[in-house]
Ligand binder design. Structure first.
Ligand code: SAM
Length: 219
């Protein structure tokens, strides 16, 4: 949600529906409309509430690479935190649909990976250009959605039939290579795992990752 209605939604979920609060997430983006008398908006809010105290949270599926190797760090990755940076889908991108508020697939990917398992049913009551069904299709989740505009329904259906070559958008941290991995054995073991842990469905980032490995470690 944009900022205007978020506090009302919070009250409804918390006070009226008694759902347990989990996280207030900020989706930060670097481009958007400019304002002359006030600060240009550069974020949307995402409220995460659970239905009860029993809920799915797959932390390993959404971890981000560590900045440094430290023996106390979990090299499987860090919790992504509650400020998420993803660019909007630009008009020049192949996957850009004719919908005014298309969300980046990587943003929805993180929510779906964290909060559901393969085969689970995901509901999006405002399908728009079909980002959530597309992500669910690729992640092996079942999907149910509503969309009031028949043109967008057609758009979303067509999108489901398109060839898949990775999700659009990516958290800029995913291709970062941890510094200070001085031990060659440890480094090799880590670097072999990095693409599988962090770049699945984002294979377009492999070149950048390999370039950074070369810059840092020369191999
Ligand atoms: C913010 S957009 C969703 C964008 C979507 N997440 C995407 O990535 O393309 C909201 C969508 O909800 C639809 N919508 C609005 N009111 C609705 C309603 N009462 N029932 C179903 N769809 C509705 C609008 O037509 C619009 O396409």
């Amino acid at each position: 949600m944009g900022v205007r209605f978020i506090s009302y939604l919070y009250e409804i979920l918390d006070d009226e529906l008694n759902c347990p609060f989990n996280s207030w997430i900020t989706w930060h983006y670097t481009q958007g409309m400019g304002r002359k008398r006030g600060f240009s908006p550069r974020h949307d809010d995402i409220l995460m509430f659970n239905m009860s105290d029993q809920f799915t949270f797959n932390l390993d599926a959404v971890r981000v690479p560590q900045k440094y190797y430290r023996s106390r760090n979990n090299m499987r990755g860090a919790n992504p935190g509650d400020v998420w940076e993803f660019s909007h889908v630009h008009y020049c991108q192949k996957n850009r649909q004719s919908h005014p508020t298309q969300k980046p697939e990587a943003l929805i990917e993180r929510m779906v990976l964290a909060s559901s398992d393969e085969g689970d049913l995901v509901l999006d009551p405002f399908v728009g250009s079909g980002t959530t069904p597309r992500v669910c299709q690729q992640l092996g989740r079942r999907f149910l959605g509503f969309e009031i505009n028949p043109d967008y329904v057609a758009l979303a259906q067509e999108r489901l039939g398109a060839e898949f070559s990775g999700f659009d958008g990516v958290d800029p941290r995913m291709a970062r290579v941890p510094k200070d991995m001085r031990d060659p054995e440890l480094r090799r073991a880590y670097l072999e795992k990095h693409p599988e842990w962090f770049l699945k469905n984002h294979e377009g980032c492999l070149d950048l990752f390999e370039k950074r490995v070369l810059e840092l470690y020369g191999e």
